[in-house]
Design a binder for this molecule. Structure first.
Ligand SMILES: *[C@@H]1O[C@H](CO)[C@@H](O)[C@H](O)[C@H]1NC(C)=O
Ligand SMILES: *[C@@H]1O[C@H](CO)[C@@H](O)[C@H](O)[C@H]1NC(C)=O
Length: 269
């Protein structure tokens, strides 16, 4: 009963910002590729039976309007009143705004490679910022939030003349694919939550990064059966999850390969 109430549904929406982050952080931290078994993970990595092949995606059942990711527009529209009526939500809203303000004044994220972890911390930071600012924009409609997202997006696309950001055409670092997964989610949220606020040119620009720095690299990874796609562990969730979220954001806006030409590669045993 309780989980049907709009109040509870709204709580889920507010908590999404932090829960998703914590989930992704946790999954990414369990860096199975390098066998870090800090949480005694070895018992979790014994091979389960192969899952059944997925049924074809039903693109026709996808929501036509934005936002498509995590919560539809009706839930966002209902939020202000629910925040006013529910002290728990009031507190969450305040917390997110405070964090958004704190992040607002920071200089753009710097591209710093960290040993075997690539730019995972950089990608997570970009995602954290974009989530907070996009939320603040949706709730307040103040242009400065959107402008701050845009500034970060330009830098994290490798397009800023003032801040270098990784290797050209591979700025999201396919050498350490978790990073690409995290950047994809960050840009998908920027594109989708602020869809109505962007100009056509801005939309195209963000979509360009999702496709060229993320999804196209994902198709290449599938074509070469990259190890992480079928890994039993966090790499699978973060990389495939990033591709799914990135694809959902731009669905109907882009079709990378004509359907009759793209043949999925056989999956690993
Ligand atoms: C959410 O928090 C911000 C910052 O404290 C505040 O300005 C805004 O009025 C709050 N939203 C609602 C619906 O109360
Ligand atoms: C980044 O650069 C590419 C290639 O020039 C361009 O197509 C895209 O619109 C730019 N995106 C942003 C966010 O500046």
């Amino acid at each position: 009963m309780a989980w049907h109430s709009p109040r509870t549904v709204t709580k889920s929406l507010l908590i999404t910002v932090s829960t998703l982050l914590i989930l992704v952080l946790t999954l990414s931290f369990l860096d199975l590729r390098h066998r870090r078994t800090v949480f005694g993970l070895s018992s979790l990595v014994s091979s389960p039976p192969a899952p059944p092949p997925p049924s074809p995606a039903a693109a026709t059942t996808l929501r036509a309007n934005h936002p498509k990711l995590f919560a539809a527009s009706g839930k966002w529209d209902a939020l202000p009143q629910q925040i006013r009526e529910d002290p728990y939500l009031t507190r969450w809203n305040k917390t997110i705004f405070e964090k958004a303000e704190e992040l607002f004044t920071l200089p753009s994220v710097e591209y710093k490679v960290d040993g075997t972890s690539g730019v995972l911390d950089v990608a997570r930071e970009v995602q954290l910022r974009i989530k907070h600012w996009a939320y603040a924009y949706r709730l307040s409609k103040q242009p400065r939030w959107k402008e701050r997202v845009w500034k970060e997006v330009v830098v994290a696309s490798g397009n800023s003349s003032e801040h270098s950001f990784g290797v050209r055409d591979d700025n999201w670092n396919t050498d350490h694919w978790l990073d690409v997964g995290e950047f994809l989610v960050a840009f998908a949220i920027a594109y989708d939550w602020l869809y109505d606020a962007w100009s056509t040119a801005e939309r195209e620009a963000i979509k360009w990064s999702i496709i060229n720095l993320g999804l196209t690299k994902g198709l290449e990874a599938h074509d070469t059966n990259a190890w992480f796609l079928m890994a039993v562990g966090n790499w699978n969730c973060v990389t495939n999850g990033g591709m799914v979220v990135g694809s959902l954001a731009v669905t109907r806006a882009y079709d990378p390969v004509p359907r009759d030409k793209y043949t999925p590669q056989p999956t690993l045993a």
